[in-house]
Design a protein around this ligand. Structure first.
Ligand code: NAD
Length: 442
């Protein structure tokens, strides 16, 4: 089948690569001409395992092309996916400007009937709103547009695998013909029983509800970890005890410095905002968000507890800038807040990340003399008063901790992900501070 994909970001590019990989012909359009120029040359701005190879392979087979030409993209196929960004607006709702820009462009250029599938995360009701917008815009033309919702659940860092082998695919659709078209499209990728069909509103809500559930699990375990710290209990044991109950499980039950990324923070807030439009106060979602905001300050407060609140003259090495490993995405990364707080308190920071340094630099204030970046994790720690591990990149786990001890001024490690071996570090003479591992805190 032929399909057009609007947006070549994390979701648009992965969707384009994976659909072309299974044999569909894909035209991917982005308004960012520089991005398109690079993509045409096989250069990919974002880091996602296996993505580059897959894009190159399918470009070569001429099943995947990139363009910034609207006419070309819209006329390429009768099946269009919208995968553009829906960031947080100033009031916390989803900013749908890009989605509606795409809708306007299609309405202007359309010459044949189309099916438009919304893959971007949009508040419940958006699909129906777009449906009636097209009915209004096209009322004098003999053309029809049908809208479907197909929210995306991929995880950055595992996006290709998640897209090719999803737990389920959610499709919100109102017409049988559209349902059949999407069944055909996905039949090259997954078996029919993986697809859950429902109405558009329910599909849109399923996406937000899923992200809100995962975010709530994270905030819940973070809250328990904080209580554990006060009590002097051990969150690792508490987690083991809780997670062994099959009703609870272990996933998304890892304490840390708060969830980040381009989805959970904005999606929880957008769902709160949507609920409020009906006069409903979503207390649990608010608590999830509140706990998360506080959790982003947890490592800084642990540092202050040890070093005091005036950090002038001290240097902290920060390993890990992306919001999680295996991605260069730094949106809402807890490292942003930590480093800004350290700098505000007068501390110098030297920062390292295997993939995200360039993205991180763009998100931070320019000309900050207290912040430097290093090319390796070893250079990063030279002369630092403590090491802070913010993201659980596997290369951090296999470090030479004897070398680290000799390079640091004082052997202190803050582990924002509880992924280093606490006992080993203590036996090497480190003071170690994790999250909720209060039993051994010194
Ligand atoms: P992104 O910011 O990485 O990419 C969006 C792309 O859309 C950009 O390249 C931008 O230039 C392009 N764009 C904007 N307006 C356009 C237009 N009018 N025409 C063509 N291209 C346009 O965003 P993303 O992370 O890929 O997310 C896209 C959507 O998918 C969001 O709604 C997000 O919430 C959702 N989502 C993201 C993830 C994730 O892990 N990133 C996972 C699931 C769902």
């Amino acid at each position: 089948m032929k399909l057009t994909i609007f947006g070549s970001g994390y979701v648009g590019l992965v969707t384009s690569a994976c659909f072309s990989e299974v044999g569909h012909e894909v035209c991917c359009i982005d308004i960012d001409q520089n991005k398109v120029k690079k993509l045409k040359q096989g250069k990919i701005d974002i880091y996602e395992p296996e993505l580059r190879e897959m894009v190159l392979r399918n470009q070569k087979k001429q099943r995947l092309e990139f363009t910034s030409n609207l006419k070309q993209a819209i006329n390429f196929s009768s099946l269009i996916f919208i995968c553009v960004g829906t960031p947080e607006s100033t009031e916390g709702s989803a900013d749908l400007t890009s989605v509606f820009n795409v809708v306007d462009s299609i309405a202007k250029e359309i010459k044949e009937n189309k099916v438009i599938v919304i893959k971007s995360t949009v508040p419940p009701g958006t699909g129906l709103e777009i449906q009636s917008l097209f009915e209004h815009k096209l009322k004098n033309k003999n053309l029809s547009v049908q809208i479907a919702s197909n929210p995306e659940f991929l995880r950055e860092g595992r996006a290709i695998n998640d897209f090719m082998e999803p737990d389920r695919v959610i499709i919100g659709v109102e017409q049988k013909s559209v349902k059949n078209k999407l069944l055909d499209l996905y039949s090259l990728l997954i078996s029919d029983d993986k697809i859950i069909f429902m109405d558009m509103l329910s599909a849109e809500l399923t996406k937000y509800a899923s992200n809100a559930m995962l975010a709530t699990k994270i905030s819940f375990i973070n809250e328990i970890a904080n209580i554990s710290d006060f009590l002097g209990a051990d969150i690792d044991l508490v987690r083991k005890g809780m997670g062994s109950d099959k009703r609870i499980g272990f996933s998304f039950m890892n304490p840390g410095s708060g969830y980040g990324g381009s989805c959970f923070p904005k999606d929880v807030k957008a769902l709160i905002s949507k609920a409020q439009t009906f006069g409903y106060n979503p207390r649990l979602l608010r608590a999830t968000d509140l706990v998360n905001r506080a959790q982003k300050k947890i490592i800084f407060s642990k540092i202050v507890k040890i070093f005091g609140d005036n950090l002038t003259g001290l240097k902290f090495a920060v390993w890990g800038l992306s919001f999680k490993p295996e991605t260069d995405d730094i949106r809402e990364s807890p490292s942003i807040e930590l480093i800004k707080s350290l700098n505000r308190a007068g501390a110098t920071v030297s920062a390292y990340d295997p993939k995200a340094i360039n993205q991180f630099k763009q998100a931070m204030p320019k000309n900050q003399p207290l912040l430097t970046y290093t090319e390796s994790k070893d250079l990063c720690i030279e002369g630092a008063d403590a090491l802070v591990v913010m993201t659980e990149w596997s290369e951090f786990q296999v470090s030479d901790f004897n070398f680290i001890k000799s390079a640091l001024k004082t052997p202190i490690i803050f582990d924002a992900r509880n992924f280093l071996e606490e006992e080993t570090l203590r036996s090497l003479g480190f003071r170690y501070f994790g999250i909720g591992r209060g039993r051994n805190a010194q």
